[in-house]
Write a protein that binds this ligand. Sequence first.
Ligand code: GUN
Length: 283
Amino acid sequence: MAVIINGKEISAKVRLEIKEKTQKFIDEKGYAPGLAVIIVGEDPASKVYVNNKHKACLEVGFLSEVYRLPAETTMDELLSLVDKLNNDDKIHGILCQLPLPKHLDEEQVILRINPDKDVDAFHPINTGKIMIGNNSFVPCTPAGVMKLIESTGTDICGKECVVVGRSNIVGKPQAMLLLQKNGTVTICHSKTKDLKEVTKRADILVVAVGIPNFITGDMIKEGAIVMDVGINRTSDGKLTGDVDFASAEKVASYITPVPGGVGPMTITMLLENTLTAAKIQSK
Ligand code: GUN
């Protein structure tokens, strides 16, 4: 039976370290790292995420500003808020919660954020830096996955790493981070032939496809580390991952649960990126 990785506990430990580093930063500089979060519209999941981000910032001693804009906000209004925050010295990180309402162009908004304040690491400058291996910021979810792999004491060097999913937010940057650690990396997606044959090779398997219970125990190598990025809501309102936990935990050596695995690490990594942003801008 696999060891279940406690993302909540690891997250709490890392947040405590960030809180201490933040206090040191405040003592040295005389001001706190500042994060501005923009949310447009009334998406219920986004509202919960944004409230959690705000609370987490306050807990570690950051300045936190939340801009709640109505669903009918225009592109011009949104871009002028981004401009204002780009020019605000108290704000070191800017995050525009996605998805945006359909009439707004997410790519244009991301491009407008000053790359030094892009704590999501979604701007092409930052995604390019990740490709080169010279990143200041790493997208929060893949960064969280790396911390959880690290927590198992496993050396990624030379390991077969398989990433299922190729999104810009998780799959692609995840593959780059594993490659930076000298993993042998394969990216799988909906067109991959004989997926099981590929996933079964993985010493480290990261799944981010957004399909409940997509990966089952028979697709996993004995002793693999399994990271489940999926957060799916079932018809009875429960949260479930992309991995069928019951069959997977019988073969894996380590596995993340949903909820309580990768999820809690995501905001923690946002805090880390914001502190990094404040340090970069203080130079
Ligand atoms: N929506 C879901 N996840 C994220 C994230 O990591 N950043 C932003 N900005 N929006 C999201």
